[in-house]
Design a protein around this ligand. Sequence first.
Ligand code: ZN
Length: 437
Amino acid sequence: MSEERIYYDQPYLTEFEARVVACDRCPEGYRIKLDRCAFYPASGGQPNDLGVIGEARVLDVVGEGDDVVCIVDREPGGGAGTPAGDHAGSGAQAGVAQAGVAYGGAAHGGAAHGGVAPGPVMKCRIDWDRRFDFMQQHTGQHILSASFEKLLDAETVGFHLTEHNLTVDLDIPALSREDTTRVEAMSNSIVFEDRPVAPVYPTRDELAKLPLRKPPARTEGIRVIVVKDFDHSPCGGTHVSMTGQVGIIKVLGWEKVRAGTRVAFACGSRAVADYGVKNDIVARLSSVLSVSVLEIEAAARRLTDQNAQYFKRIEAMTKELLAHEAAALASAGTVVAKHFETRDLGELRMLAGLIAAAGGKVAVLGSSGPSPHVIVARSDDLDLDARKLIEVAKAVLGGRGGGSPKQAQAGGQDSSAVGPAVEAVRQEALKALGLEA
Ligand SMILES: [Zn+2]
């Protein structure tokens, strides 16, 4: 037999008294069933409530068939204040649920169990901030989904609400900024009109006459949430009683998900918090760029364009400088060897290539930083395998390497080995070319 679900018709009730009708050990603490329950179990896309039952903290609330089960951290009554973990019994520690106290409460099988005491009556309190946030977001979702349907013929096929995220999935492949602006305008006009929101429990015949946004899974015992003259939607969740309490409905973004579109949005306090964060960001950007808020985009575009131009100029200047450096180094002889303390690898490679391009040259360049490397490049007119030379560097560096017959490179971990590696390759190149060291 199921308990009375207070949250269905009194979503604003935050404190209530209820009798414990079952209390069983579980790995987290205790599983509690009450004869009447205002704690909302996670369902229909809305997360569970939190709060306290007596002295016990509610960790989770789950629906099990017709029952609502509250998972709490300790015994709420008799052993008040005793955390489950403090019990010497091995049941909780071993993760094995022990049979708890059997109470003769009305909801526990109905008929009084001979000799079984009725469960204790507990003061219960709901975490109202959390609950009201979910009520705001959830009611906002009803209004937004109805607006999407009325304006774009887009059906809501999914709804996800967590402490941080709120999305609906629509059965349409794309959205435009103009679409969401219209949908937002309709949704917020419903908020500003402060229309009543209330559940109705229609009979099968009454249900058939209701303009439901979505057909229900069953026709008996249906709870329909009515936003006056705007939306009828079967739902078991908790909602605010007037649309004005939703506060504001703001679409934050959307993305394609499979064949549909996922829309992220925020209502009430979440929308206000989001506005605060974004307002701060815009104010800081405006200050950093020294422009008014409306000029931020143009200023950012100017900066990225400028940056791209600077990058091109630096690239061209670097090439020019490297050409001069290569010419100076190439005059040293057939085998040009040089060790740098720190040199960008791409730049080093380019320099080796430029030296080799002069003809009749073998470039052996190494850099200790930012990562130890040796590069070998040879001119087309020399009969020499750069891969064989780089083997010598690999042996000294104790690292890896490879490349083509014309250009190869090796890297290692020991920056102090780069100088000796460059010298070893230089010796080997001179030997291979029949030149004296
Ligand atoms: Zn709902």
